[in-house]
Design a protein around this ligand. Structure first.
Ligand SMILES: [Zn+2]
Length: 172
């Protein structure tokens, strides 16, 4: 019991186990684009995953929480979000939805599921292909053999905290 209380306090202390039930209104337009892109490619609805802002420990700017109850939750760092470009926001949100909605882990360099943010230039140039790859319709190898662009220039390292397993929801 003592250990349990300590763990609970630690979780509350760093705020990692708070859960929210909504998609933040600033994020919703991008979330709707994801729903549309998934529907067009897979003919499937996206799961409803709450997405909220929370200041994350640098350099992490996004994380997907996977609660033992089965609930999932995405947190995005507000300072990155509000200073980033449209494509920075979209690729970050789509990356976290790749974890929380599509159950993907971290993947090859220059895919949406690589743990670094893709440069806006690279993302915009290959957006359709990168989304097809995210949804499992094509392989990245094809992108490299059909275009001259093989490298993605990142300015930010390690953006994503990956999927964090959370034992219980403390606050719901
Ligand atoms: Zn990730």
């Amino acid at each position: 019991m003592k250990a349990w209380i300590l763990i609970t306090m630690l979780l509350m202390g760093c705020g990692s186990a708070e859960s929210k039930s909504y998609v933040d209104s600033a994020i919703m337009p991008y979330y709707k684009v994801y729903i549309k892109e998934k529907q067009e490619r897979l003919g499937k609805e996206a799961k409803y995953i709450p997405v909220a802002f929370k200041s994350l420990k640098s350099p992490t700017i996004g994380v997907c929480y996977n609660y033992s109850s089965g609930k999932r939750q995405i947190y995005l760092d507000p300072s990155f979000w509000f200073s980033g470009t449209d494509s920075d926001r979209e690729s970050l949100l789509f990356h976290e939805l790749g974890h929380c909605d599509l159950n993907l882990g971290h993947e090859n360099p220059s895919s949406i599921m690589e743990p670094n943010i893709l440069s806006s230039f690279f993302y915009n140039e290959h957006r359709d292909y990168l989304l097809n790859e995210l949804f499992g319709l094509v392989s990245l190898v094809d992108l490299y053999t059909t275009t001259a662009t093989k490298t993605n220039t990142n300015s930010i390292e390690l953006i994503c905290g990956g999927i964090k397993e959370i034992n219980d929801e403390i606050d719901n």
